[in-house]
Design a protein around this ligand. Structure first.
Ligand code: 13P
Length: 339
């Protein structure tokens, strides 16, 4: 059975010039780290409560087109008993699901990583689809060192990302392909640009070999920045380097590129996506976001694990969603942070 129409409809709903995607798909281990920073206890009910607060924020669907969930959240309900996927649809957004099962080291490629979760993926996708997921995400992780990524690290991760994407399309689910090049390290911006180009080139080669329809996928890359230990580049420098590298390697058939925030501060990430859109007016793709931390950090801090902070946390989340929506138009400026 061909899911062409359904895949196209999902792309049409997700790829919106005014709206980004929220990644709220932290595994129970990752959310534990996020909760710890604000003194919140990592219980199932706190995870449910926190995500309910985010997803039910008034008019959040004006700023976000989709939300990526962790498996546990796909099966939970809001305080009124509405399943989260249904709440997300009611809010005018598309529910998605993270499907990789984490990562470990890649044997034979010292320093490189590989993500798990291909075995049994077709069955899991069928179940997720029944529960309302219309798109999926798989994250591969590439550390930069003098020796990494190795040629094997590049080809193995590209192969896994392409197999995942092909499985998704065969199941009627739009794949978000996320090759995350980490910002950790003391590499130059030039080196980050070269590594990202190698990664994207290898990924699109593998996607082609696996027959993935580029029109029905979304790329979720890192922005090109210098290593964290080196310091920061300006938004204009990030935009220029990122666009140059993307133009060299990403086919124009891809409808939307939704960046991850990768450890940038919320204001930095918003300023960078704003500059990318200001510089990228002739780019063939939508230039959007799929942030986790950069959309959630202020809301997490405002909440602090205390239910009485519900409205403050929602306001902090909506502020980031709104400012990022403006940045997708290149209409954000830093003075808006204090208004
Ligand atoms: P960050 O925006 O926090 O990097 O998260 C994006 C993401 O979904 C990682 O898989």
């Amino acid at each position: 059975m061909s899911y062409f129409r359904e895949l196209q409809a999902t792309i049409d709903d997700l790829a919106d010039p005014h709206r980004g995607i929220l990644a709220a798909d932290e595994s129970s281990g990752t959310i534990a780290k996020r909760f710890e920073t604000v003194g919140a206890e990592n219980t199932e009910d706190n995870r449910r409560w926190y995500r309910d607060m985010l997803f039910s924020a008034p008019e959040v669907g004006k700023y976000l087109s989709g939300i990526i969930l962790f498996e546990e959240t796909l099966n939970q309900t809001d305080t009124h008993g509405t399943p989260f996927p249904e709440l997300i649809v009611n809010q005018g957004m598309v529910p998605g699901i993270k499907v990789d099962l984490g990562k470990g080291s890649l044997p034979g490629a010292s320093g490189d990583m590989i993500s798990y979760g291909l075995d049994g993926l077709a069955d899991r996708l069928a179940t997720y689809r029944e529960r309302g997921a219309r798109f999926a995400k798989w994250r591969s992780v590439y550390p930069i060192t003098d020796h990494n990524p190795t040629p094997l690290g590049l080809s193995a991760n590209a192969e896994v990302l392409a197999r995942y994407a092909a499985e998704c399309q065969a199941a009627g689910i739009v794949p978000i392909v996320e090759p995350e090049v980490l910002i950790d390290g003391n590499h130059s911006m030039m080196r980050a640009a070269r590594v990202n180009e190698h990664v994207w080139h290898s990924v699109f080669h593998a996607l082609h070999q696996h027959g993935v329809t580029l029109e029905h996928m979304i790329l979720k890359p890192s922005m090109v920045t210098p290593g964290k230990a080196i310091g920061k580049a300006s938004p204009d420098e990030v935009a220029e380097a990122t666009l140059n590298s993307l133009l060299r390697t990403v086919p124009a058939a891809v409808p939307s590129i939704n960046f991850l925030s990768g450890g940038q501060t919320p204001t930095e990430a918003t300023a960078n996506i704003n500059a990318i859109n200001q510089h990228g007016t002739r780019a063939p793709w939508l230039l959007s976001i799929s942030f986790a931390r950069a959309l959630q950090e202020p809301a997490l801090e405002a909440w602090g694990g205390k239910p009485e902070n519900h409205d403050r946390a929602q306001a902090a989340f909506l502020k980031r969603a709104r400012l990022n929506s403006l940045a997708l138009q290149g209409e954000y400026s830093e003075d808006m942070e204090n208004r």
